[in-house]
Design a protein around this ligand. Structure first.
Ligand code: AHR
Length: 512
């Protein structure tokens, strides 16, 4: 595979040639890379998912019907909950039963946490959208006992006091918990731990936080995910080395199956970029920054390869996406931002990085699902709007569990001011029925690109393109269809596919 290389391609060209070698195939693109993250933060859970059974907003047992329908349509594979930093202050007993404790959410605006959305409501929500549970247990301010009891409450079929309590709260059958995160950013908001301290906690939690569900004792066992790095700094390399080295020599009594990576596209934490009303300079800077994901994934995959050459442990990018300045007038602790055409391109570039590393990156969770950071969906009381990022996830549906097929291309260069980026990005894959799919992104906001793809076995090509009038075009409650996919025409003759990519666009094509 020849990947886009910044700076060595010739000056701007109107044509990009791609070659697909359909005789070769790579790893499975795990559908879990399209996972979501829903934290108790701002309007992410309350209002975004949960309106309560007495709300005028149509709901099923308190969960918004419009949001459920939209999420079902993108086949969300898993939802990470309850945080984030919130998870390390979450005490699950506050969120079960008829009388909920009212607590605080000091991380996110210091607001009151009503705990009306708790364990059962989360599991009901997952059931309604058809996703798996990815639970994050409290390592920062909780105890192994509290976490172990949560799992016993959720999963045992024995008539224990906790199982009886679960039944009394409406769910006699055990729940399935597919993924378990042990802590969150334990090097920072999760307790500022050193690698050694975290490792000692990890071993204890991994040992005692058991899943008793009889259906999960074999190949469907719950996968445990440890806190991993959060950037490029030497401390994160040390952290990753410590965990992977310990795992390589681990005793029977503890184990893990995933290591997380957090990486936001932010450029600078103070004076963050705006999510609306920006121009090409911000566009180029943000996309340059987002491509750093490739370096991080390569770097940490390399470290993991040293200790785990068989790739038993997944790299789980369970927080990623754009992080901009809060929208004016919003609570700064609620992380409300708009979502533009730039975010659609950003999403496609990151999903393509994960797909290229599919052998190691087997799960990822964009931050966050609704009303927070790079959201799929935004709501305002009874109104709901689907963001450009949502449309990318919908267009990428065929890539869920598809098999990666190598694409060779010279990306060309898009230049703005001091920044040069690969002009085009592309991936290909065969879906579970054997159909070939191709995704091509045109990063250049000013020039269309004519694409020629050779090596295409088939007679007919069809697909969709997502583009918009401007890089900062958004879908709003008033104009929800500014950035929506439309059909794209492509010609397929004698094994050659030709199509024109509009400026700043994401295109997905299938070949039959
Ligand atoms: O997604 C928002 C926050 O970002 C999460 O709570 C935390 O894990 C990360 O720092």
């Amino acid at each position: 595979m020849i990947l886009a290389v910044i700076g060595i391609a010739p000056a701007q060209t109107d044509k990009v040639k791609l070659t697909i070698d359909t005789s070769k195939s790579g790893a499975k693109i795990d559908r879990n890379i399209f996972g979501q993250f829903a934290e108790h933060l701002g309007y992410g859970v309350y209002e975004g998912i949960w309106v309560g059974p007495d709300s005028k907003i149509p709901n099923t047992r308190g969960i918004r019907n419009d949001v459920v329908a939209a999420l079902k349509a993108i086949r969300v594979p898993n939802v990470r909950w309850p945080g984030g930093c919130f998870a390390d202050e979450y005490h699950w007993r506050n969120g079960i039963g008829p009388h909920r404790a009212v607590t605080l959410n000091p991380n996110w605006g210091g607001v009151v946490e009503p705990n009306t959305f708790g364990t059962h409501e989360y599991m009901d929500f997952l059931d309604q959208i058809g996703a798996e549970a990815y639970l994050s247990v409290n390592v920062g301010s909780g105890t192994p006992q509290e976490a172990a009891e949560w799992l016993e409450y959720l999963t045992t079929i024995q008539a224990t006091t906790l199982a009886k309590q679960r039944a009394a709260n409406g769910h006699p059958a055990p729940y399935k918990i597919a993924y378990l995160g042990i802590g969150n950013e334990s090097w920072d908001c999760g307790g500022n731990m050193s690698p050694d301290y975290y490792l000692s906690q990890l071993k204890i939690y991994s040992r005692f936080v058991r899943n008793f569900n009889p259906a999960q004792q074999g190949k469907d066992q719950m996968l445990k995910i440890a806190v991993g790095p959060g950037g490029n700094e030497p401390r994160f390399i040390e952290w990753t080395e410590s965990i992977m080295k310990a795992w390589q020599n681990h005793q029977w009594s503890w184990d893990l199956q995933g290591l997380s990576l957090h990486n936001y596209t932010v450029v600078r934490w103070d004076n963050k970029f705006a999510s609306v009303g920006f121009g090409e300079s911000d566009y180029a800077q943000i996309l340059k920054s987002t491509l750093e994901m490739e370096d991080l994934v390569s770097k940490y995959s390399g470290i993991m390869d040293k200790y785990d050459p068989q790739k038993k442990i997944a790299l789980v990018v369970d927080e990623w996406g754009s992080w901009y300045a809060p929208l004016p007038g919003s609570n700064p602790g609620f992380l409300v931002q708009q979502n533009s055409m730039r975010d659609a391109i950003l999403a496609a570039l990151n999903l393509n990085i994960f797909a290229r590393h599919a052998g190691r990156v087997r799960m990822a969770n964009i931050a966050q699902m609704i009303n927070v950071l790079q959201a799929m969906i935004m709501t305002d009381k009874e109104k709901m709007v689907l963001t450009p990022t949502y449309h990318v996830y919908k267009m990428y549906l065929p890539f869920q569990d598809a098999t990666f097929v190598p694409v060779n291309f010279n990306a060309g260069v898009y230049t703005h001011e001091q920044i040069s980026l690969p002009r085009v990005d592309a991936i290909a894959a065969r879906d579970t029925t054997g159909k070939l799919w191709l995704e091509i992104t045109n990063v250049d906001p000013n020039h269309a690109v004519d694409i020629e793809v050779t090596g295409i076995p088939g007679k007919k090509a069809s697909g969709q393109i997502l583009t918009a009038p401007k890089v900062d075009s958004v879908n709003s409650f008033q104009s929800p269809n500014t950035v929506v996919p439309k059909p794209v025409s492509a010609k397929l003759e004698s094994g050659m596919l030709t199509l024109r990519l509009e400026p700043k666009s994401v295109t997905v094509i299938s070949v039959e």
